[in-house]
Design a protein around this ligand. Structure first.
Ligand SMILES: O=P(O)(O)OC[C@H](O)CO
Length: 485
């Protein structure tokens, strides 16, 4: 009997690139990982090397290429809203990638909002005007990077999100495409017509001809080029999706109801909706994916700094890493009244305040590093609770539980805190690579295999006294209000 085919699923994230080899049942046969660094050259700015992103993909692919004879397809999940600019002729990036966290266009966005453009942008895209999205980033690049203007004048400028950049490199420049889930996060994409909007491109100063062609998430995206990676030429790329969208698919969510939270550098909560939605509570309407069944729409809340807050606080306290910070946090029964608001790059959903800054409240002579450590994990959970509350208000009924994935979901202390502060169960996926598995499931479906079930989970039941929970939620809300002044 011949061996089952494998999909090589790549999850290109902000802090690392991971890849897995998966079979049609969803079983992982091998894993690989490569780290990435982010530069913060000015307050509010955030950049990565586009070549380092590509090299990290080549690295993880090389670690798994021994199985290339069995690899039937490649699937890609990626950090979203990050803008890469490159020269179509040389294949070289012309500037650092402006990543999703970057707030350099905060003033431009504030001006566009003051000029009353927000309602129309939300109508077309589901997204409130914000520097998170590539639209204003591309406008900024056209104004501030002379090479972008020069190349655009020669029709050589390519401006894409990370999926488009990686696909272009994997195929040796043959494919310049983006999938609808990634396109829906650019704030240039009309999510009803499924095309980039000339009106929005003109509003943000983005050259529409430099953008990739948007296609469904299960398209025939192209074939690996000779020597692009350690893989042989001719392997098809059969799925591309934003990482958060892929994680929702990886949880086995195929119909409205469940909500998932990815505990990554930032966090994203997402739930499928019966159709296009416009949030009234600070969330985004977006496209989950498009495939042979049509377009799946979703409601999403993005938190700008989530698990990254633990690394930040560990560094600030001179503690080795987030794991050691978690140990320290568990040495005290509570945060002693201390609240940490990790608005280190403004605040995302549901507040969307670019001027908010990080803040610690409630310190006294009794405050110890352990209280700050505990407040950091509470902050991660509070932010998720804020978005879940907003989601319930938009949907109009309570959500039963939360599906959790992403690196920090591996921390049982955090998962218990999350269940406690939500006052509802948290179901954590047992494998960490839910995003990669979701992209792999999309590729297998494209190849004609039926979807594997969602990942099995560990359940964390809420156990906090309700008065204590109400008190913690209240002092958190007060601290957030202060961070915004
Ligand atoms: O790199 P991650 O996993 O934190 O994901 C980044 C998100 O896609 C940004 O929206």
């Amino acid at each position: 009997m011949s061996e089952a085919p494998l999909v090589l699923a790549i999850d290109q994230g902000t802090t690392n690139t991971k890849a897995v080899l998966v079979d049609p049942s969803g079983r992982i046969h091998a894993r690989a990982s490569a780290p990435l660094t982010t530069a913060y050259p000015q307050p509010g700015w955030a950049e990565q090397s586009a070549l380092a992103i590509w090299d990290s993909v080549r690295d993880v692919v090389a670690q798994l290429a021994g199985a290339s004879g069995r690899i039937a397809a490649i699937a890609l999940a990626n950090q979203r809203e990050t803008l890469v600019l490159w020269d179509a002729e040389t294949g070289q990036p012309i500037a650092p990638a402006i990543i999703w966290q970057c707030r350099r266009t905060a003033e431009t966005c504030a001006r566009l909002i003051a000029q009353d453009h927000d309602a129309r942008v939300v109508e077309l895209t589901g997204l409130g005007i914000n520097p998170l999205f590539p639209a204003s980033k591309l406008g900024w690049a056209m104004e501030n990077i002379p090479a972008a203007r020069d190349l655009a004048a020669q029709s050589r400028l390519r401006a894409g999100t990370v999926d488009a950049w990686l696909l272009w490199k994997l195929t040796g420049g043959a494919s310049f495409l983006t999938d609808h889930s990634n396109a829906s996060r650019t704030q240039l994409f009309d999510t009803q017509r499924l095309e980039f909007s000339p009106e929005l491109c003109s509003l943000f100063g983005a050259p529409i001809e430099a953008l990739p062609r948007p296609v469904p998430s299960d398209s025939e995206f192209g074939l690996t080029a000779p020597q692009a990676t350690a893989l042989p030429a001719g392997i098809p790329i059969r799925a591309m999706m934003g990482d958060s969208h892929a994680a929702l698919n990886g949880h086995g969510v195929r119909a409205p109801g469940p909500v998932k939270a990815t505990f990554g550098t930032g966090s994203s909560l997402m739930t499928l909706t019966p159709g296009r939605v416009a949030s009234s509570h600070g969330l985004s309407g977006t496209i989950a994916w498009t495939d042979r069944n049509g377009t799946a729409y979703a409601l999403e809340g993005n938190i700008t700094v989530s698990a990254q807050a633990a690394g930040f606080m560990a560094a600030l306290l001179g503690i080795q890493d987030a794991r050691a910070l978690s140990d320290l946090a568990q040495s005290v029964p509570d945060a002693g009244g201390v609240v940490f608001v990790p608005a280190l790059a403004g605040l995302g959903a549901p507040h969307w305040d670019d001027r908010a800054t990080g803040l610690v409240t409630g310190m006294t002579h009794a405050t110890r590093p352990a209280h700050l450590a505990r407040a950091t994990f509470e902050a991660i959970a509070h932010q998720i609770a804020d978005v879940l509350t907003a989601m319930e208000r938009d949907i109009g009924h309570p959500l039963a539980d939360l599906r959790a994935d992403g690196g920090a979901s591996g921390n049982p202390f955090l998962m218990q805190l999350q269940a406690d502060l939500l006052d509802r169960p948290v179901l954590r996926a047992e494998v960490e690579e839910v995003g990669a598995l979701g992209a792999a499931a999309m590729a297998f479906a494209a190849l004609g295999y039926s979807a594997p079930p969602g990942e099995s989970t560990t359940r964390f039941a809420p156990g906090m006294d309700l008065t204590q929970r109400a008190h913690l939620r209240e002092i958190w809300a007060n601290a957030v209000a202060r961070a915004r002044h």
